[in-house]
Design a protein around this ligand. Structure first.
Ligand SMILES: CNc1ncnc2c1ncn2[C@@H]1O[C@H](COP(=O)(O)O)[C@@H](O)[C@H]1O
Ligand SMILES: [Zn+2]
Length: 350
């Protein structure tokens, strides 16, 4: 007898390639942080966030702009090394529990002079949380990290992030966890032409690039500029395909480049850039044989799991369990840690 879809998706060995650390905090961890930091937040004159201010519950939606207010709120709570460590530990543990065998987390290095946290110690705290989670993990799991550039940052800040990533690679040449750079943040702001040289430089110096593109409509020109950097993967790409409001030129260019698209179904529906699951751009690309990778984006903010995202894709687009298994297996081709591909392909072939 066939295994029920939800259970099949949970058991499937999965690869998660698009997960923002502070967007991935579960309600349970959020409760822990709220309890732990309530006193400190009040002392610092910050209001204590309520759970509903950091999570969009099942069945609810918000405007994309509201999601960015939620991140701001979450950042007031995760603002010292200890909280960063807790969050990284819990997030990795939860992905492992969900059957994720390879996880690429991404996060924007943040300093907070009030707590003594520097961008460097922020990254170290993440790495420490990851190590702790992996040492407790009962199954084999691999975790890598991308450092995120927020679109609203200056060229100097963005360059600092690239240097931070490269310094890490230099210090740990044989077991580096930092493998690339992500460009993310509120898609309505930021000076992309100014940031292009920074992205070029990251790529030239050996870092992989995943760039959020066309998350909102009418960004064709900006997306064309970002494609000129030859990114290794694209985040969302919601409005690239001509049938989704992009343009034939852009669509053909992405198809020709074969750049994988990280698709985040629930994120797009809850953030209301896509009206419902049925209207999502996933099948437009899938049908043309273009590589897509199912991801969560922010499993905490959007109350989802990677298994649920696979199940939603299966139900919405009538994909068989075999097709879902193939999607999970093909995702391995697009990980940024080349040396693990064979090992992971064996896992997903069972
Ligand atoms: C919903 N769609 C999205 N579009 C663009 N950027 C997003 C995002 N979701 C998350 N982020 C980016 O990730 C940060 C939170 O994690 P970290 O503090 O970096 O770990 C947000 O502040 C934003 O810059
Ligand atoms: Zn994202």
């Amino acid at each position: 007898m066939a295994v029920p879809l939800a259970e099949f998706c949970r058991q499937l060995p999965k690869v998660e390639l698009h997960a923002h650390l502070n967007g991935s905090i579960s309600s349970a961890t959020m409760q822990t942080l709220l309890k732990r930091y309530k006193n400190r937040l009040e002392r610092e004159g910050n209001e204590t966030p309520q759970l509903w201010e950091t999570t969009i519950l099942k069945g609810e939606k918000r405007a994309l702009a509201d999601c960015f207010l939620m991140f701001k709120m979450i950042h007031t709570l995760v603002n010292d090394e200890e909280s960063v460590r807790i969050v990284a530990h819990e997030v990795v543990r939860e992905f492992a529990d969900d059957g994720v065998v390879y996880l690429e987390l991404r996060s924007t290095p943040r300093a907070n002079p009030a707590t003594g946290m520097t961008k460097h110690s922020y990254v170290q705290a993440i790495l420490c949380g990851i190590d702790k989670a992996l040492s407790e993990c009962r199954t084999t799991m691999h975790v890598r990290l991308l450092l995120s550039i927020d679109r609203r940052q200056s060229v100097a800040e963005a360059m600092d992030t690239v240097e931070l990533a490269l310094a890490h690679v230099e210090q740990t040449p044989h077991h580096t966890r930092v493998v690339g750079i992500d460009l993310s943040g509120d898609p309505t702001v930021g000076d992309i032409p100014a940031l292009l040289p920074v992205l070029h430089s990251a790529k030239e110096r050996g870092l992989k690039l995943s760039l959020h593109v066309s998350e909102i409509p009418q960004r064709n020109e900006e997306t064309a500029l970002l494609l000129s950097v030859c990114p290794d993967r694209l985040g969302h790409g919601t409005f690239i395909h001509q049938e989704a409001g992009g343009s034939p030129e852009l669509e053909e260019r992405v198809l020709a480049m074969k750049t994988p698209i990280e698709v985040c179904l629930t994120s797009n529906v809850k953030g209301q850039t896509v009206s419902n699951y049925e209207n999502h751009h996933l099948p437009l690309w899938h049908k043309r044989g273009h590589p897509i990778v199912i991801c969560t984006d922010d499993k905490g903010v959007f109350s989802t799991t990677l298994s649920e995202e696979y199940a939603i894709a299966g139900e919405t687009f009538f994909l068989s369990q075999e097709q879902l298994r193939q999607l999970a297996s093909h995702a391995v081709e697009h990980i940024f840690e080349h040396d693990l591909k064979n090992e992971l392909l064996k896992l997903s072939d069972v």
